[in-house]
Design a protein around this ligand. Structure first.
Ligand SMILES: *[C@@H]1O[C@H](CO)[C@@H](O)[C@H](O)[C@H]1NC(C)=O
Length: 153
C-alpha cells in the first residue's frame, strides 16, 4: 500500500515535470516580444500619416510613436498599441529598469510629409520613433537611440 502510493506520487511528479518542460517555451514566448531599436522625435507632432491634424488621435498619456518599416504594415499599424521597454543602449545606465510603457502608433517614420519626417528624428532607421514623453519614460532622453523589446497588445 505504501509502496503503491509512493509510486503514484512519483508518477504524478513525473507528469507534472513533463507538462512544465513542454509548456514552458509557450509561456515564455508569450511573455517575450520582438527586439528592435527606438529613437525619438520632437513636437509639433501633427500632421500624422495616420490621422492628419486630428488632435484627438494622441493618447492623453502622450505615449505614442511613429512606426518604422518593420512595424508599419502598409498603414495597418495605425492605432495599434505596443508594449515597449528599453533593454540596452550603447551607454550603460541609459535604460530605466523595469519600466514598460504602452504606446499607440499614430505616424509613419518614412513619410516625407508628416510630423515624424526623418529630419525630426534623433536618428533614422529605428523600429519605432517614440514621442519625447514615451522615450523619456523608459530611457535617458539625451540618448539618440536605444534597444527595445516590443510586443503588440
Ligand atoms: C543622462 O545622460 C546624460 C549624458 O550621458 C547625463 O549627463 C545625465 O546625467 C543623464 N541623466 C540621468 C537622469 O541619468
Amino acid at each position: 500500500m505504501f509502496i503503491k502510493r509512493s509510486l503514484d506520487a512519483q508518477l504524478h511528479l513525473c507528469l507534472l515535470l513533463l507538462l512544465l518542460i513542454f509548456a514552458l517555451p509557450d509561456i515564455v514566448s508569450v511573455a517575450r516580444g520582438d527586439v528592435g531599436t527606438a529613437s525619438h522625435y520632437s513636437p509639433p507632432y501633427q500632421p500624422t500619416e495616420c490621422y492628419g491634424g486630428d488632435p484627438s488621435q494622441f493618447p492623453s498619456s502622450n505615449l505614442f510613436a511613429a512606426a518604422g518599416d518593420g512595424v508599419w504594415d502598409n498603414g495597418a499599424a495605425c492605432g495599434r498599441q505596443y508594449l515597449v521597454r528599453c533593454i540596452s543602449a550603447s551607454q550603460s545606465g541609459t535604460c530605466i529598469p523595469e519600466r514598460t510603457i504602452q504606446i499607440k502608433i499614430v505616424d509613419y517614420a518614412l513619410s516625407s510629409s508628416s510630423a515624424a519626417a526623418a529630419s525630426k528624428q534623433s536618428v533614422t532607421g529605428a523600429t519605432l520613433v517614440l514621442s519625447q514623453t514615451a522615450f523619456g519614460a523608459i530611457a535617458n532622453s539625451s540618448m539618440a537611440s536605444i534597444n527595445i523589446e516590443f510586443q503588440q497588445v
